[in-house]
Design a protein around this ligand. Structure first.
Ligand code: HEM
Length: 132
């Protein structure tokens, strides 16, 4: 059966709402801290990842069609602008997506949902790229 993840808040529901997305983001940053391939992007972040975890969790809630929790706490955001001070080339973009792919695989998500998420996230990741 084809699930229409993009419709209304279907993606937010499939991701497990706030708690599911929080766990995904926690795993994502844990993986980023551990993988050799992502040390250069981990080092772009503050030592204490608490705010980064909260921001990405809240951003992804709205991005998946759920509540606008990022805007509620931090105000409006443009993803390319939020990354404009960083140097992000295809290596950095691919390292970010690798961490996300591994984090998605750690969740109790069906394979088609993991594939959907990584395909969709590749778009904002590419829009963050401002080098090479
Ligand atoms: C393409 C590779 C990417 C790299 C290397 C990267 C790296 C970073 C870094 C270093 C920060 C600053 C963290 C901090 O100061 O707390 C950040 C912030 C953030 N990133 Fe990314 N990021 C990437 C892609 C993405 C994507 C695809 C999304 C969303 C789908 C995203 C969402 C965010 C959000 C919401 C913030 C917080 C912005 C703020 O409030 O200032 N990032 N990212």
């Amino acid at each position: 059966m084809t699930k229409l993840y993009g419709q209304a808040d279907a993606t937010y529901q499939a991701a497990g709402e706030y708690d599911g997305i929080k766990k995904l983001v926690d795993d994502f940053y844990d993986i980023m801290s551990q993988l050799k391939e992502s040390q250069h992007i981990r080092q772009m972040h503050p030592d204490d990842l608490e705010a980064s975890r909260d921001k990405l969790t809240r951003f992804l809630c709205a991005w998946t069609g759920g509540p606008r929790l990022y805007r509620e706490k931090y105000g409006p955001i443009s993803i390319p602008q939020a990354h404009a001070h960083l140097t992000i080339g295809s290596t950095e973009r691919d390292a970010w997506l690798l961490c996300m792919k591994q984090a998605l695989a750690k969740q109790d998500y069906p394979q088609d949902f993991q594939d959907y998420m990584i395909t969709q996230l590749a778009m904002p990741a590419e829009r963050c790229r401002n080098a090479d």
